[in-house]
Design a binder for this molecule. Structure first.
Ligand SMILES: *Cc1c(COP(=O)(O)O)cnc(C)c1O
Length: 363
């Protein structure tokens, strides 16, 4: 098979996307057509205001994966899933999505000329994500049901028709997503002591764990992190120990009642001596505002669950340790939430007059 003519690897200097960067660790070969938007290489940003709330010389970073091409970590998995689907000759891919998977699937599938079929739970997909899927050219179907019901339909379609499933049940998704762990170690020089992650279908936490273990095996890191997974309290099946039939939370990206990667999630927690904990919507929104207004980092509500969780468990963090919180998606994905839940508001209806405006801002 020939390389895609528009394969950016041959055209760019520097970063060439996660497949080129981590090729020896990924199930690709010379004939795999690399479908990439140069995802990955996202910043690990220190968050001193959050660290100060913990104290005891704890260093805290956020892995800001909202800076990927479609605005979430899903791009890491999608470059792999779509490249492998292309290699296998697929002409259409399908996913159920709370939004970010559909945006990523649509972008990568359309980039290589495949159909992207997207099934979403009606009314529970953030505006920015829906806008992306539509403009990228996905065929979007909203069902009267939640994510878990959408996933059931999608699995049946993929079993009965020539359509490739690109939800995180697709093993290539996790392979791609594990590269975020590689990047963290490449920057820190070792694994962190804690990794805090928001958990929905539990693909990401499982992928990070795979990545850390693989790097540990080849000697790239000396230790392994405690994997700390956080679910929204209204949507916390892994903490309840059973599926939740009507999950609810403001953090729509993790509004999932029956995680597709349940067994992997438990295995990750056990082998890393980690924990699953629930954070309330109020705690999520507090962390969301704190990140934006004190650290200058705008993530979507689901992403803030990692920081909310860290703050909730702050007394357990060992002195002098290093913590990484994963910020899974960009704040611009959900502008409605930002406006609705901000303490801040626009002072409107003001005359265009120096004295009036100066007075208003306290001068
Ligand atoms: C998909 C997603 C999650 C949840 O990841 P899982 O792999 O399903 O656990 C969290 N945050 C954002 C922004 C997401 O898009």
């Amino acid at each position: 098979m020939v390389k895609l003519a528009n394969n950016p690897t041959s055209l760019t200097k520097g970063w060439s996307g996660i497949i080129e960067a981590y090729r020896p660790y990924l199930p690709v070969n010379e004939t795999t057509p690399v479908v990439t938007l140069l995802e990955g290489n996202t910043p690990l940003i220190p968050v001193p205001q959050i660290a100060a709330q913990i104290g005891r010389q704890v260093q805290v970073y956020v892995k800001y994966d909202g800076l990927n091409p479609t605005g979430s970590f899903k791009d890491r998995g999608m470059t792999m899933a779509i490249s492998k689907a292309k290699e296998a000759g697929a002409q259409a891919v399908i996913c159920a999505s709370t939004g970010n998977t559909s945006a990523a699937a649509a972008a990568y599938a359309r980039r290589c000329g495949m159909r992207a079929l997207v099934i979403i739970p009606d009314g529970y997909v953030a505006l920015g994500k829906l806008a992306q899927a539509l403009l990228y050219g996905a065929e979007v179907i909203a069902i009267d049901g939640n994510f878990d019901e959408a996933l059931t339909v999608v699995k049946q379609l993929a079993e009965n028709y020539p359509i490739t499933l690109v939800n995180s049940l697709n093993p290539y998704r996790l392979e791609g997503q594990k590269t975020a762990a590689f990047e963290v170690v490449d920057i820190l020089g070792d694994a962190p002591d804690w990794l805090c992650v928001p958990v929905g279908n539990a693909g990401n936490i499982s992928a990070y764990w795979m990545g850390f273990c693989q790097y540990h095996q080849v000697g790239k890191c000396q230790k392994l992190p405690k994997m700390m997974g956080f679910q929204a309290a209204g949507s916390a099946p892994l903490i309840a120990g059973h599926p939740i039939s009507s999950p609810n939370t403001v953090a729509t990206a993790i509004r999932i009642g029956n995680p597709a990667n349940w067994d992997k999630a438990i295995a990750t927690q056990e082998s890393s001596q980690g924990e699953f904990n629930a954070v309330t919507d109020a705690e999520i929104l507090e962390a969301y505002q704190l990140l934006a207004s004190r650290e200058g980092i705008f993530c979507e509500p689901a992403s803030a669950a990692s920081v909310a969780g860290l703050l909730k468990c702050r007394d357990q963090v060992p002195s002098g340790s290093t913590v990484v919180c994963v910020l899974t998606g960009n704040g611009l994905k959900d502008p409605d939430a930002a406006i609705k839940y901000s303490d801040n508001s626009v002072k409107a209806g003001i005359a265009p007059n120096l004295e009036v405006v100066a007075d208003l801002v306290g001068f």
